[in-house]
Design a binder for this molecule. Structure first.
Ligand code: CMP
Length: 146
């Protein structure tokens, strides 16, 4: 069955590598069902990453996400949550380079913090983050955006 996930191109990667990343997403067979370029404010970034509240890197993560516009997307594909995580590669670019060469983070992440891309970690988070970013949209309706 077709699944949906929330994918984010973070500010530095959007500024530096937007076109290459979009090509890779389409080339990997994802359908972009919704897309929104938005500058998160601190409150939104804190809510978006609430699972990480209290971690030592949380404030830096919020700073990073607020440094410019991010691109938020709903990606649709069979097994989209895991497929998107696989295309991104591991959180840490050093690990990505050694274990997932060719992954987006192996190419575009600058550090474990400034790692360029985000994806929901499971289906439940995907639904929650999609609602947070796009509001109460009908997830059964899959639009195709070129
Ligand atoms: P993301 O997949 O968006 O989920 C949480 C983010 O926190 C992660 O990508 C990184 O940007 C950041 N992050 C995770 N672990 C660390 C860490 N150990 N040090 C700094 N930043 C981290």
């Amino acid at each position: 069955p077709v699944e949906q996930t929330l994918a984010t191109i973070k500010p530095d990667a959007l500024e530096g590598h937007r076109d290459e990343i979009m090509e890779e997403i389409k080339g990997a067979g994802f359908v972009i069902s919704q897309i929104k370029e938005t500058c998160l404010d601190r409150e939104m970034a804190e809510e978006f990453y609430k699972e990480h509240k209290g971690k030592p890197f949380f404030e830096q993560l919020v700073d990073y996400m607020c440094q410019g516009p991010s691109l938020m997307m709903i990606l649709s594909k069979e097994n989209a949550v895991n497929e998107w995580r696989a295309l991104m590669g591991p959180t840490d670019p050093e690990v990505a380079q050694s274990t997932a060469p060719g992954s987006l983070r192996s190419k575009f992440a600058k550090s474990i913090l400034q790692n360029g891309l985000h994806g929901a970690s499971n289906e439940e988070h995907a639904v929650e983050k999609i609602k947070f970013v796009f509001g109460d949209i009908d997830l059964e309706r899959v639009d195709v955006i070129d």
